[in-house]
Design a protein around this ligand. Structure first.
Ligand code: PSU
Ligand code: MN
Length: 287
């Protein structure tokens, strides 16, 4: 099984694209011979895998708040609907016994010095799972995010790359200590991590598909503009990430949207292949 988040569908992507994103992710996991499970809080119940009517309800977005790990108890008690961030999704997926999760980009340390650091990082440190993504979103301070992941004991492993990808672009100039070429290697590292009782996730990063990757300078310029607007408008808290993602899309005349969809699909596909490799390794180990 491969778990997926839902905040990207309810808040991260523009409304006109979320249906396509959901379909691309679900289909990519199935094509990789795994079962997809979108995580969410549905009327107060943590859910792993949505039925058609629940997915429709989510895609319409009315009344869905962004739920990080700390927000789950209140959403449950109030019987509210909540779209899960990476932090909330991996918490729920873990409890359902799922080992592999895919998303576009994790949250991280924000660029302005306002102590804004995504709760994704702390949750990654205590969620023994394989998390497949294209790095952290370009709107963040990527060096600071990598440093925090190191402090928290979360390995960042490049999948067929030795460089941290920059979400919308392939390159960041930040070199990784570990990279792998195959899904079997990912499975072996994860099993070794579990053998010695590590509780941290493995972050598997791959660049956006070459056909959709954007030039680094274009992304950097758009992010600078977006950050200036967020500052001017005084955006705070959970609203920061959705605001910046929308602003970057505007600054690039919508080009980042195509990249976002392509990398969500590619990461879902890779996560499925890793889940299959992990299941095969476990079978071999039992025999
Ligand atoms: N990456 C995207 N789109 C998104 C997000 C990440 O391309 O919508 C979401 C994820 O759900 C991630 C969250 O967990 O943003 C991080 O938000 P914050 O910085 O508020 O923790
Ligand atoms: Mn934040």
């Amino acid at each position: 099984m491969v778990a997926l988040e839902s905040s990207v569908l309810a808040q991260g992507l523009p409304p006109r694209a979320n249906r396509q994103a959901a379909q691309l992710m679900l289909e990519a996991v199935r094509q990789g011979s795994a079962l997809p499970a979108i995580t969410a809080i549905v009327k107060g119940v943590p859910a792993v895998g949505l039925d058609d009517s629940e997915l429709e309800h989510l895609l319409r977005r009315d009344g869905w708040s962004k739920v990080s790990a700390r927000d789950i108890p209140a959403a449950m008690a109030r019987k509210a609907d909540g779209a899960t961030t990476v932090a909330a999704a991996i918490l729920i997926a873990r409890q359902a016994g799922i080992d592999v999760f895919a998303t576009g980009g994790i949250g991280g340390v924000h660029r302005d010095a306002t102590h804004d650091e995504s709760a994704d990082l702390a949750e990654l440190a205590r969620s023994p799972m394989i998390v497949v993504c294209s790095g952290a979103k370009s709107i963040l301070d990527l060096r600071a995010t990598v440093e925090r992941l190191e402090t928290l004991g979360v390995p960042v492993i490049g999948y067929r790359t030795s460089e941290l990808p920059g979400f919308f672009c392939a390159e960041t100039g930040i070199l990784l200590d570990t990279s792998v070429e195959t899904t079997d290697e990912v499975a072996d590292i994860f099993l070794a991590s579990r053998t010695i009782g590590r509780e941290a996730a493995l972050l598997i990063v791959q660049p956006p598909p070459a056909s959709h990757a954007m030039p680094r300078e274009v992304v950097d310029a758009a992010v600078k503009q977006a950050l200036a607007r967020a500052r001017d408008e005084g955006v705070r808290g959970a609203a920061v990430t959705p605001f910046l993602l929308a602003a970057v899309e505007k600054e690039t005349d919508g080009r980042t949207l195509g990249t976002n969809l392509a990398l969500l699909e590619a990461n879902s596909r890779l996560a499925a292949e890793i889940a299959v490799a992990l299941a095969a390794r476990r079978r071999e180990n039992r025999e």
